[in-house]
Design a protein around this ligand. Structure first.
Ligand SMILES: [Zn+2]
Length: 221
């Protein structure tokens, strides 16, 4: 198991920088996205409903992974803390979880569509598809169960009528995946407007997986 990062000011600042970068790039709008990072003591997660521009390192919420107790004098954690915690608990190789409502990912998710093997980069998320997690109300245990099921052997999924979630063995890798995922979703949605995308077959997709592992693109799924 990868042990968590030390809860330092630099780590907290990197989470805030990640939030600001998602808004600057248009991956996220407003305060709908959230980030968590594994630490020695559990996870650090963005607080609920705070404008990213107002985020300060001491506003990030430290939560244990094995219960729901939160040390006093902390802000309220993101309403999606449950699936962040459950992913970090279930997947020891994952050190960071990023959730957002990127427009093209969300457009597919509104149609209950997954991303098929329409581009070789689909393999960067662990398989031949980027799957779709079933719908459940935000913040619920049911949503967490659906997200974990979709993330089996994957480092990304779309969330029906909601958005997307990605994982990484570092925050940097998770943020990279979210950008790649939205780019892929944008390509797929655009391809659907001009024709019927041709899919790569199993042989081609496993060759991509092999090439990625040769390049050291580790999967943390
Ligand atoms: Zn959300």
């Amino acid at each position: 198991m990868i042990s968590g990062f030390k809860d330092t000011l630099a780590l907290r600042q990197s989470i805030i920088d990640g939030c600001l970068a998602m808004n600057a790039s248009g991956i996220n709008q407003g305060t709908s996205g959230n980030i968590s990072v594994r630490t020695d003591a559990g996870m650090l997660i963005t607080p609920s409903g705070v404008d990213y521009a107002q985020l300060h390192p001491d506003m990030l919420v430290l939560m244990p992974l094995d219960d729901t107790s939160i040390a006093p004098n902390q802000m309220k954690p993101s309403s999606e803390w449950r699936f962040h915690r459950d992913i970090l608990k279930a997947k020891p190789a994952v050190s960071a979880v990023v959730h957002a409502h990127p427009v093209y990912c969300t457009a597919l998710a509104m149609n209950h569509m997954e991303i098929p093997s329409c581009h070789y980069m689909v393999a960067a998320f662990g398989g031949d598809t980027v799957p779709l997690a079933d719908y459940a109300l935000f913040g619920t245990e049911a949503l967490s169960v659906h997200v974990l099921a979709a993330l089996q052997n994957r480092s990304a999924c779309l969330m029906a009528n909601h958005g997307a979630v990605v994982t990484g063995d570092s925050l940097e890798r998770a943020l990279w995946r979210m950008t790649e995922l939205e780019t892929l979703a944008k390509g797929y949605v655009t391809a659907l407007t001009v024709g019927q995308p041709k899919l790569l077959g199993k042989v081609d997709m496993s060759a991509v997986q092999q090439a990625f592992s040769d390049y050291g693109l580790k999967t943390d799924a």
